[in-house]
Design a protein around this ligand. Sequence first.
Ligand code: PRP
Ligand code: ZN
Length: 294
Amino acid sequence: MPGERIRIALQKSGRMADDSLNLLKNCGLHMARSREELLCRIKELPIDVLLVRDDDIPNFVSSGICDLGIVGENVYEEMRLGSEGFAATILERLGFSQCRLAIAVPDGGKIGSVEALAGATVATTYPNLFQAFLRRHGIAATTLEMTGSVEVAPRLKIADAVCDIVASGATLAANNLREMTTVLASEALLIRSGKALPPEKEAVINRLLARMRGALRAEDSKYIMLHADKDKLPAIIKLLPGAESPTILPLQGSADKFAVHAVCRESVFWETMEQLQAAGASSILVLPIEKMMG
Ligand code: PRP
Ligand code: ZN
């Protein structure tokens, strides 16, 4: 057993693998990444990374093989519904790797509404979520459980519709399928084992969580600096997206010109900069923020 080191399960390869590793990197955590190795040590904190298939992550965390995991909400919910005594819980919603589980039907086909799924055969790798959807809508349909490539099922005439993950929509479009309704909106989750851990481990988890929150917040935030005349300041400050009490500093050698510095907690778009300029701001600088805490 791993002593007092935390063990976190991450996807080995696939949609979420790069985003998950990137988050660890933004938390100042580095591991020797050899895809061959199942277990990688992190130098900076007592954490070991287990690289596995995403479908295994919820049960690894639920059973205590791992203390933490980063997994898509789609996989988490499917496994939660399908495993008795499931004991992993959501510690934090991470916001990245967004996608949705959706019902899609052949473009121009006979199924035009959710109600029309009654009696149809639907191919999916998410039988539990799909059946919960059917129960919510009071519809009876047949589930064709597959392990992959469900998008080809309608063309092979083995299903009338699919219940599958959609991210960009490219897979559906390539298979002449039309998205009809969302079953579950999904994002990356940090999950943890349901049981209380030794205090040393809980402390490491808290440190990791604080770093993750800081890294994710910094990603969306910008530091903005600009110059403006005193009488223009109220209008300009109102335009700053998600800024809390900016710093206002007098500019050297000018009685009524000021510099405004602010942390904007939302994206700063070109449109925002154009509006600031129109409101009288000049020398507008938008800088990335690397880390945030407190
Ligand atoms: C999903 C889904 C589609 C594709 C959709 O597979 O099954 O094939 O992604 O993405 P798109 O809308 O951007 O085209 P996923 O990558 O999750 O693979 P997996 O089911 O094997 O984990
Ligand atoms: Zn998968």
